[in-house]
Design a protein around this ligand. Structure first.
Ligand code: URA
Ligand code: SF4
Length: 218
């Protein structure tokens, strides 16, 4: 695959993931091709591409922001602390994770070193735009009945910059991306709550949003 890249003064302009997309549109072909993506600079400092996980026939697609530290090491989405919160809420809402395809807007872990630890850093708009072709192809192949955006990065990338998760969460709306789309909070936002009371309340609200998804599928 050609590296599509031009140099400007002291900076590099990175095209996008498009030149790295495979001809054959299947999940295994996409996953394989994504391993070699150099569509933006994030591949340089990450361990590996973390592609989506799930079956072609999945009825729900969950989209997070980007892999975290554990996802980067293990090569699978939502396997760390945020993944535990997601699994717990799925179970409480009666959604089988096998019925879900789980992925992220950005496929490489972006981090900064703080006291020798790798701390999550929010991807910027250029990185989100560069990586979006992977997600568009995942949507094309999986064709979920319901698309759930976890947190503001996913919601704004997929539904537009005006989406406010706190205001718009929990509602299923028709979209060109999937018959029904919902924005809700990111599971990490529950972990960031200061008190266990707040955590419980936020977990209950998140679970309620997922129950709306479960009911729509029933
Ligand atoms: N946070 C995300 O947005 N995605 C993951 O895969 C893990 C944590
Ligand atoms: Fe490619 Fe996305 Fe990784 Fe950037 S973050 S290199 S666009 S897979």
């Amino acid at each position: 695959m050609p590296r599509v890249r031009t140099k400007t003064a002291g900076d590099e302009v990175w095209a996008s993931a498009v030149p790295y997309l495979p001809r054959r549109l299947t999940l295994p072909a996409l996953r394989k091709a994504s391993e070699d993506c150099h569509g933006c600079p994030l591949y340089r400092t990450a361990t590996q591409t973390v592609f989506g996980q799930g079956q072609t026939g999945a009825r729900i697609m969950f989209v997070g922001e980007q892999p975290g530290d554990m996802e980067d090491k293990q090569g699978a989405p939502f396997v760390g602390p945020a993944g535990r919160v997601l699994n717990e809420a799925l179970a409480a809402a009666g959604i089988d994770r096998d019925d879900a395809y789980v992925t992220n807007v950005v496929k490489h872990f972006k981090w900064i070193a703080v006291h020798r630890r790798r701390m999550h850093k929010k991807p910027n708009a250029r990185e989100v735009a560069a990586c979006l072709p992977w997600l568009e192809k995942e949507l094309e192949v999986v064709q979920p009945r319901i698309l759930v955006c976890l947190g503001a990065t996913a919601a704004q990338a997929l539904l537009g910059p005006d989406v406010r998760v706190t205001r718009d969460r929990g509602h299923l709306i028709p979209s060109r991306l999937a018959p029904q789309v919902m924005a809700t909070v990111h599971p990490s936002s529950i972990l960031r709550q200061q008190t266990s009371e707040d955590r419980h309340r936020e977990m209950e609200l998140f679970t309620q949003d997922l129950r709306v998804v479960a009911q729509a599928l029933a």
